[in-house]
Design a protein around this ligand. Sequence first.
Ligand code: PHE
Length: 355
Amino acid sequence: MLDALKDELLSQVNAAADLSALDEVRVSALGKKGRITGFMKELGNLTPDERKERGQALNALKDEIAAAIDARKADLAAAHLKARLEAERVDVTLPVRPETEGRIHPISQTMDEMIAIFAEMGFSVAEGPDIEDDFHNFTALNFPPGHPARDMHDTFYLPDAGDKKMLLRTHTSPVQVRTMLNNKPPIRIIAPGRTYRSDYDMTHTPMFHQIEGLVIDEATNMGHLKGCLVEFCRAFFDVDDLPLRFRPSFFPFTEPSAEVDIGCSRKGGELKLGNYGDWLEILGCGMVHPNVLEACGIDSTRYQGFAFGMGVERVAMLKYGIPDLRTFFEADLRWLKHYGFAALDIPNIAHGLTR
Ligand code: PHE
């Protein structure tokens, strides 16, 4: 009779498909109202000899069923773990994370590189508004009223609003004026930012970027200007022997003035930077004109210094081989994916400024 019960319970244990079904079997056999427990309760009605024999048999059955339940429990737990491991399987040979989609625009990247190099030289960054007045953009920079140089800039004038003639700044040089009006020498700043001129073709867009430099103290001379720009260009283009040529030029706000060319080669229609005998213009510079110092409240008999201005798109095109200026502002994601920089993979001074 106990053998039949044993077979029945064992087959129930082995048929339990999960832990809760198994627990039901356990309660029905070994619980307070379980079948084995029920037989145990009846032992008291037997004779001592019968009780001994039946008690031993029941205990053996109870132990066997309990052991079978434990074994089944371990099997179910192992099967559960196995299924979970299968379901949560990961391929550790895959890249850690998908490549980010966003790109840093070459203009932002180029300005960051320029700022990093000038910061190493002790320059700090100054800013001014894109909407300027005639005084800061022209008059204080020694453009006399009616001077033809004002027309050369193809200025966007804003509709008249009161006494001040407002315009979109045509260069970053008004930041020179704002900096000198608000600070005492010594001054050593760069001013990167947007500039605007009414012009549009392969090499001109109505909005573009410049970076301005200004150094004012009692001793800075043209030699310092040359040294500063030579160092900058060699670091920025990562060409140690890059030659620079200073050509006499004219700007109303500098005297003497120069335009700077860097050495290059155009052989075979390919542009290469370096000491190859050909030249490419990249920036304008000069010693700050005494009239500009005086217009900004600085004593020109005591202070002097230099200034320079450079087109950011132009040097970005040269450095990163971007052929058409207009593509910078077309917001074409395919272009940005090709020429842009991944956020975690940008050139910097420590790891090198070229890719
Ligand atoms: N502002 C000049 C330009 O836009 C560049 C320049 C800046 C020249 C500073 C000399 C000194 O062409």
